[in-house]
Design a protein around this ligand. Structure first.
Ligand code: NAD
Ligand code: G3P
Length: 415
């Protein structure tokens, strides 16, 4: 420590990687907060958009007769009209969101990276930005999913941390994007173990000497609470400390109550695995069964999530997260009663078509994370030879494959 430095002279540059239904909603609430906290954050929020062309219908308020039916770049529409007409229609976005089709340009000089896109794309994203981020950047993953390779499973924030050499926490909760974009109240949970080197006392007129990332690398607690093998470049002392207080300032809104915790495993697993249970609930409801059947599925699903955590993440799993936090039972309930994975798996059974077919025809580019999560998690359980401990998860996998019918669920669970 040196006592020479004064108040922070730099501000955090915040970017959002992803611009789907949730990606755009989080960009909106974060951009409102960067405006509201000019002492902590740069005002503009770059949002990386997977570029595609969109044709605006004639009855759209943004229809431009001089352009006519010519498809236009989604980034150009967002920057001109301040609306993501494809993934979050009818929601006015703050003008300080800047849609950017270049990943490398989006992450340039950013100290806070918010990852928010379907989990199947994260590997490709990390490969593309690896050599373009600040060494002391920090991440928050809003992604619900896991990465599985053969018989290894990783949380998405662990994967991001390891592939980019930065610390990354997780945000998850009972959060339906469109409701939050409409500023209907909800709660969420952010799990973040602030790396020790990132806390300095600039606010009190004393900063650490980690200027420009030149300071000594420091150890940190990884997602599982272990001392990391790799070391981190600390956030320089001329930035505001990057701690729970700053993250709360970045995400909390009057309509979005943020609870800060340190159980990264519980928060990440709850968000990923509840999507398997949501598919099961949609299947039983599509079959014509009601709340009592769905409650049985939810109860069994939560037990399998807890068993999974105990078996594969025993170091830090804190079961209280599932009871006390929005990222636990709260997310389970909303996901099984009103979210996309539930809604469209119900539709698939009602129509007698596969869920993949429904995703293609009904979702206009949005993704059902439950499909890939079920396949990945069940493949992992098979590789480990422990399928029998997770009967509900395995049944969902077999229904997706078409090898089991919904009416067989009670008998299969009894066995
Ligand atoms: N939507 C919600 O209500 C909600 C709420 C909480 C958490 N989440 C989670 O947030 C994450 C992001 O979901 P979302 O709802 O923002 O997405 P989405 O399903 O609405 O949209 C899909 C996104 O993927 C992008 N995309 C398509 N192909 C791509 C490619 N090859 N590479 C990169 N991107 C590509 C599309 O442009 C689009 O932005 C998911 O893990 C989801 O589970 C969603
Ligand atoms: O719409 P879904 O099924 O992707 O779920 C959205 C959120 O995860 C619910 O908390």
């Amino acid at each position: 420590m040196t006592a020479s430095s004064v108040l922070p002279s730099r501000k955090h540059k915040v970017v959002v990687i992803g611009s789907g239904n949730w990606g755009t909603t989080v960009a909106k609430l974060v951009a409102e907060n960067t405006r509201g906290h000019p002492d902590l954050f740069e005002e503009n929020v770059q949002m990386w958009v997977y570029e595609e062309k969109v044709t605006l219908p004639k009855d759209s308020p943004h229809y431009d007769a001089s352009v006519g039916d010519e498809p236009q770049k989604l980034t150009a529409i967002i920057n001109k009209c301040h609306e993501n007409v494809k993934y979050l229609p009818k929601i006015a976005l703050p003008s300080n969101i800047v849609a950017n089709p270049s990943l490398q340009d989006t992450v340039k000089d950013a100290s806070i990276l918010i990852f928010n896109l379907p989990h199947e794309f994260i590997g490709n994203i990390c490969r593309q930005i690896k050599d373009h981020i600040l060494p002391y950047a920090r991440g928050i993953s809003c992604i619900k999913g896991v990465t599985v390779t053969d018989d290894n499973i990783e949380l998405i924030c662990e994967y991001i941390s390891e592939s980019l050499g930065i610390y990354c926490g997780a945000l998850s909760g009972a959060n339906i994007a469109t409701e939050i974009a409409n500023e209907e109240w909800c709660e969420t949970t952010i799990a973040y173990n602030t790396p020790a080197g990132d806390v300095h006392h600039a606010a009190n007129g004393v900063a650490n000497d980690s200027d420009n990332g030149a300071a000594a690398l420091t150890e940190y607690k990884d997602a599982r609470g272990r001392t990391s093998k790799n070391k981190l470049t600390p956030v320089p002392g001329d930035y505001p400390s990057l701690d729970h207080h700053v993250l709360q300032s970045l995400f909390h809104r009057p309509y979005f109550t943020v609870s800060m915790v340190s159980d990264v495993v519980g928060v990440s697993l709850g968000g990923a695995l509840k999507n398997i249970v949501a598919l099961a609930c949609g299947f039983v409801e599509g079959h014509g069964w009601n709340m009592t059947a769905k409650t049985a599925v939810m109860r069994r699903g939560m037990l399998e999530i807890i068993t999974f955590g105990r078996e594969f993440f025993p170091e830090t799993i804190e079961e209280k997260t599932f009871w006390e936090e929005s990222a636990g039972w709260g997310d389970m309930i909303v996901s099984c009663t009103s979210a996309r994975n539930w809604r469209y798996s119900k539709m698939a059974v009602e129509r007698g078509v596969s869920l993949e077919e429904i995703e293609k025809t009904e979702l206009n580019g949005q993704k059902l994370q439950g499909i890939s999560t079920t396949r990945e998690v069940c493949g992992f359980l098979r590789a480990k030879g422990v399928e029998s401990k997770y009967p509900l998860f395995m049944i969902v996998d077999r229904i997706l494959d078409g090898t089991v019918n919904v009416e067989d669920i009670p008998e299969l669970l009894r066995k």
